[in-house]
Write a protein that binds this ligand. Structure first.
Ligand code: SAM
Length: 296
């Protein structure tokens, strides 16, 4: 064990446990995905502010924790934040949890956290499960950079407007989606991003029916239609960037292309770049269009 790691489980480094707010990540499906520190915090704090007290009771019961709960959700967050600050002012320690994963990530919590920080009390994050990071870890993304978007608008017109804004972003796009909207959402992505972009559909992560499927967006509707079970559960959708960033080899291919384009028409340059580098024709063609555009 290096000096970077604490050898004992202690609940926090700022302000002790008194008058502190702990933002605690809870599992996204598999109840075992909770840290020792999170359990210790949930046990030691005076009160837990929970998105849904019934959901959190289930978790607490599983781990034999009897800490008192109160509700803090999107419909009462402002009022609940005041209550939370009153508790901190009275010297109590409070933990904040959502139904699953990390609070404030596409979940309530950010408003309460901001209010607590504004009021001058320490806020201590206790890291753990998060669906986006879990999907990213298993997806094998071609780029190290990602843009976490969360939930797209529910209406197709508003959703399409957002997708248009995201279309040219050079980052892997990370979305959350509900089962009853996932097919409509994929249809819109297909219409806006085109059939060739690749998508990874991460479903029911950490749960019994977990599945992670990657395909071209153009193939995704047929994949969903192939089995009714594939639209059940919770989803993270990862959409690759407009031009795939495929590491060193493609950088070299792109450089070859750049040089050839100085001397040759686009089609010929792409053909030669494919032959020289062994790179993917579609990727190099898209890259050539980009290079032409930026040169004009
Ligand atoms: N705060 C959570 C986190 O840290 O990931 C996210 C909460 S958000 C209300 C719920 C959404 O997260 C779901 O609709 C789904 O898109 C995604 N999600 C949560 N759990 C998941 C799981 N086990 N597998 C896939 N996606 C999941």
């Amino acid at each position: 064990m290096t000096g970077l790691m604490n050898e004992t489980v202690h609940v926090g480094s700022v302000g002790g446990t008194r008058s502190s707010l702990y933002v605690v990540a809870t599992p996204i499906g598999n109840l075992a995905d909770i840290s020792l520190r999170a359990l210790e915090v949930l046990k030691q704090v005076d009160v837990i502010a929970a998105e849904d007290t019934r959901v959190t009771s289930h978790l607490l019961k599983h781990y034999g924790i009897a800490t008192r709960l109160f509700a803090l959700h999107e419909h009462n967050e402002r009022r609940a934040a005041e209550k939370l600050i009153d508790l901190l002012a009275a010297g109590k320690s409070v933990a904040l949890v959502s139904d699953a994963g990390t609070p404030a990530i596409s979940d309530p919590g950010a408003l309460a956290v901001a209010a607590v920080r504004e009021a001058g009390y320490p806020v201590i994050a206790v890291p753990g499960a998060n669906a986006a990071l879990c999907a990213l870890a298993a997806a094998g993304s071609p780029t190290p950079h990602f843009l976490f978007y969360g939930f797209l608008p529910q209406q197709s017109s508003a959703r399409n407007r957002e997708l248009e804004l995201l279309k040219a972003q050079p980052y892997l796009l990370v979305f959350y989606e509900a089962p009853h909207r996932v097919v409509a959402c994929i249809d819109d992505m297909l219409a806006v991003f085109g059939a060739e972009r690749r998508v990874t559909i991460a479903r029911e992560l950490t749960k019994l029916f977990e599945s992670i499927h990657s395909c071209a967006l153009g193939e995704a509707p047929a994949w969903f239609a192939g089995d009714a079970n594939r639209i059940r559960g919770e989803f993270v959708l990862l959409v690759e960037p407009a031009v795939a960033v495929e590491g060193v080899e493609d950088e070299a291919a792109s450089r070859v292309l750049e040089i050839l384009l100085r001397e040759l028409p686009l089609k010929q340059a792409v053909q030669l770049a494919v032959e020289i580098s062994g790179g993917a024709r579609n990727t190099l063609y898209k890259r050539a269009l980009e290079l032409k555009k930026s040169a004009s």
